[in-house]
Design a protein around this ligand. Structure first.
Ligand code: ZN
Length: 432
């Protein structure tokens, strides 16, 4: 302690009361006190979490570079080239990894309950937290599993009890996807009741869904559009409308309305690519008009015979809705990251893949507070690794496409909290 030694030397001289020595001693005493005061007032680290050295892809802010991200109070507070680790209570080294906004899946079925053979309050839906974080997803949109009659049960049973942010397209059918004949009862498709529910829960309900109706009467579609117009929210159109022509559907849809299962090849809906392998002109015209095309992979909604020629001819999906439910997750869909990797195998760049899983998805549901890493935004952050090797991707026809890279979720953060850590990159080493 050289400082203490010098103190005692000065103390020795003080006894001799030399004026210069006294002055020096006072100066030293003052500096000693101010140091102690400074030590008491110095704040601790200002950030809760710091992600260092990662390759950040944040399409909203046009960032595609190495950056550090600091989090405090559940929000992103700083994005910069070099933020010192000393300023954070916890630091994660993301070297060699991609750091992106928490992924948004705009097509899921998560109104899980105990009813047999049903999606609404039933066993065909899945519990969101069980599947989201491990694939980097922090926000899901339930695609019309509930309607205005049973939305409050869905909210109480699932939305309020999940760590995943659960948003919803409200089904125009009052009881949502509760099976026939209830879900096809036109008398229960009430646009005013749907609008009342949307206004009451505008922080959760992001649009209206139409999807299961086997009649030829356009009333359900018109009522769904009317509810969308009155609430200024998008209409989400699922395929199970066998009597409606695809051309009529996309013609009625407004810019910003969303078609899902875009690349399916099933009897109940005309495909977007014709038998000669050409994208139908009215489909390209609809996309030009502003109709959005969601993948909506599901169990039967994604076929390479449609998706590959569509991609090559410029019909590129706007978002990667997974159509998560108990069947699709065990078939070719698997997870949203698997769909993203599949599109990389088809030829999409990682930047374009991330944009569709984050900022594009946020914009399509008019939630521009999400899907980005802006300072001030909620800290929903996903850290991805890009695995290289030989991988196979399966479509609804059971066909395989080979690829040489695959995305995996290393770490998922929801509102500043670590909710998934595959290899313990945020954990302290264990010592015996
Ligand atoms: Zn669906």
């Amino acid at each position: 302690m050289p400082y203490l030694i010098s103190m005692s030397v000065f103390r020795g001289r003080v006894t001799r009361s030399h004026p210069i020595t006294i002055a020096l001693y006072c100066l030293l005493l003052f500096s000693n006190r101010s140091q102690a005061v400074w030590k008491r007032q110095t704040p601790g680290p200002q950030y809760d979490l710091l992600i260092k050295n990662g390759h950040v892809i944040d399409p909203k802010n046009h960032i595609n570079a190495k950056k550090d991200i600091a989090v405090a109070g559940g929000r992103i507070v700083k994005v910069d080239n070099d933020i010192p680790a000393l300023q954070s209570r916890k630091t994660i080294d993301a070297k060699g990894l991609y750091v992106v906004p928490g992924l948004i899946d705009i097509h899921t079925h998560v109104f899980v309950g105990t009813k047999a053979e049903k999606f609404a309050d039933g066993i065909y839906s899945v519990s969101p937290d069980d599947f989201t974080f491990k694939s980097g997803v922090t926000t899901v949109v339930d695609a019309g599993t509930s309607g205005w009659r049973n939305f409050s049960l869905f909210k109480e049973q699932v939305i309020d009890r999940s760590q995943t942010r659960v948003l919803a397209f409200l089904n125009i059918a009052g009881s949502g996807m509760s099976g026939k004949p209830l879900q096809e009862d036109i008398n229960d498709m009430n646009s005013d009741s749907a609008v009342v529910a949307i206004h009451k829960h505008k922080d959760i309900i992001v649009g209206i869904k139409i999807g299961h109706y086997e009649g030829s009467d356009w009333t359900p579609f018109e009522r769904a559009l009317e509810a969308g117009r009155k609430s200024n929210t998008p209409l989400f159109v699922e395929c199970h409308l066998p009597q409606f022509s695809l051309e009529d559907q996309v013609t009625k849809m407004r810019p910003g309305d969303i078609l899902t299962h875009s690349f399916e090849q099933v009897a109940e809906r005309m495909s977007v690519v014709d038998q000669q392998g050409k994208v139908r002109p009215f489909v390209l015209a609809a996309q030009k008009k502003g109709v959005l095309f969601d993948v909506g992979h599901g169990g039967a909604g994604f076929w390479f015979s449609q998706a590959v020629p569509a991609f090559k001819q410029g019909l590129v999906p706007n978002s990667f809705g997974s159509d998560l439910h108990r069947f699709s997750m065990n078939a070719g869909m698997k997870s949203m990251l698997n769909i993203m990797s599949k599109y990389m195998a088809i030829g999409m760049s990682i930047e374009d893949v991330i944009a569709r899983a984050t900022w594009n998805a946020a914009k399509s549901i008019k939630r521009e507070d999400l899907g980005n890493l802006s300072e001030g935004s909620v800290a929903d952050i996903t850290i991805l690794s890009l695995q290289n090797g030989k991988f196979g991707f399966i479509d609804a026809a059971g066909k395989k496409l080979e690829g040489n890279s695959k995305l995996e979720a290393e770490l998922t953060i929801r509102a500043g909290k670590i909710v998934w850590d595959l290899n313990g990159i945020a954990a302290e080493p264990w010592k015996q």
